[in-house]
Design a protein around this ligand. Structure first.
Ligand SMILES: NC(=O)c1ccc[n+]([C@@H]2O[C@H](COP(=O)([O-])OP(=O)(O)OC[C@H]3O[C@@H](n4cnc5c(N)ncnc54)[C@H](O)[C@@H]3O)[C@@H](O)[C@H]2O)c1
Length: 348
């Protein structure tokens, strides 16, 4: 089996690749599991060293829009001049995207990376006629609160998205395209709405939600961190492990298990910024929370406050997916997985 992961050098794409390589086999759309022989990571950034070293991994380093437009003939874009990689893909996980803060700051970037690339990818596989399983990573940001359309207290599987940001709009358009290309039989599409993923290791990124990871990761590293929204701010969190589990399950579910073509909300842990800080203190002590800078940031608050904090995810539960048990457990998992990133004394 050949699997393509767009955004495969990113945080979740690389973690997904590691998970798939470790399990070695994958069932697609309810079919018997097959051995994964090749994973191709398509990303502007080069793959992490461990993935590059795996003989089952290929990397195409270049811009996805250019790849799909066939602009690789000169070798400048990973040297891919034909459609082989797409033609041979049994499953495509489409994760490449510009993040929320970037899309608010640069409208054209978001339209290109999130809308145009998704449309071009769907058109590519439609033209090839190969009907791969295509898992699209959408986001809880398709749900947005506004005075004229207040969100319900709890988001359910059938709640209508009302995005309030460019990123949310682009993700919602992507979901709709995946649904219609699926209805027409061009792909076997599954859109999965990811929750706010925390704790993200590594460096901060341009996501408006970035501080939900930074407020844990940086203090654990002994560094100051911004926490620019009030304690009461609700947030729907999922750990990296639970999130990747959701992406893999989306690919493996049979059509009957998957159900409607609409996007699936992944399970989330309903918490608040104050409770996250309290969990950090339980794991790492007052020395950690003393590193949180509580200066408000109006731009971040404006985006984050439109996102919902509570989901009821019956459809995901029926697929065997569950939320993390507590945010404290999520922090402890991060500490276990990233021992070198934890510098604060006494944290184990
Ligand atoms: N991390 C979260 O909290 C979260 C929440 C909801 C949804 N998502 C979605 O999950 C997916 C993965 O998120 P992530 O956190 O791993 O992000 P990330 O920024 O770490 O990874 C995205 C990768 O896509 C690549 N990329 C972007 N545009 C590209 C283009 N035009 N051509 C080639 N490569 C391109 C980037 O280089 C990057 O490596 C994204 O679609 C994101 O919108 C993430």
């Amino acid at each position: 089996m050949h699997i393509v992961i767009t955004g495969g050098a990113g945080f979740l794409g690389a973690r997904l690749a590691r998970t798939l390589l470790a399990q070695g086999r994958l069932s697609l759309a309810g079919a018997p599991a097959q051995t994964i022989r090749r994973i191709t990571l398509v990303d502007r950034a080069p793959p992490p060293a461990d993935l590059a070293a795996d003989p089952r991994v290929d990397a195409i380093t270049g811009d996805l829009n250019a790849q799909l437009a066939g602009d690789g003939a000169d070798g400048a874009n990973g040297g891919v001049a034909d459609d082989t990689v797409w033609r041979e893909a049994h499953a495509i996980f489409h994760l490449a995207a510009a993040v929320s803060g970037e899309c608010e700051a640069d409208f054209d970037l978001g339209m290109r990376s999130n809308f145009a690339a998704t449309h071009a990818l769907l058109e590519k596989v439609r033209a090839l006629g190969t009907r791969p399983v295509l898992v699209f990573s959408s986001s809880l940001a398709v749900f947005g609160d506004s005075p004229e359309q207040p969100l319900p207290q709890v988001i359910e599987d059938h709640t209508l998205p009302t995005p309030q940001t460019s990123y949310g709009i682009q993700k919602f358009i992507g979901e709709q395209l995946v649904a219609d290309f699926t209805r027409k039989g061009f792909v076997r599409g599954r859109s999965v709405r990811l929750m706010t993923v925390s704790v993200r290791p590594g460096k901060p990124n341009g996501a408006a939600s970035g501080f939900f990871s930074g407020m844990i990761r940086e203090p654990l590293a002994g560094l100051p961190a911004a926490c620019p929204v009030p304690d009461a701010t609700p947030v729907a969190i999922a750990s990296p492990a639970r999130t990747v589990e959701g992406l893999v399950r989306a690919a493996s579910a049979s059509d009957a298990e998957w159900g409607p073509r609409t996007a699936l909300n992944l399970p989330s842990l309903a918490t608040t910024v104050g409770d996250m800080a309290a969990a950090l203190e339980r794991v790492a002590g007052k020395a950690a929370t003393a590193l949180l800078d509580r200066t408000p940031d109006a731009a971040i608050q404006r985006i984050v406050k439109t996102w919902p904090g509570h989901f009821e995810t019956a459809r995901a539960r029926a697929l065997g997916l569950a939320a993390d048990e507590s945010f404290e457990a999520v922090i402890r998992e991060y500490v276990r997985e990233n021992p070198d990133a934890v510098k604060l004394p006494g944290v184990a």
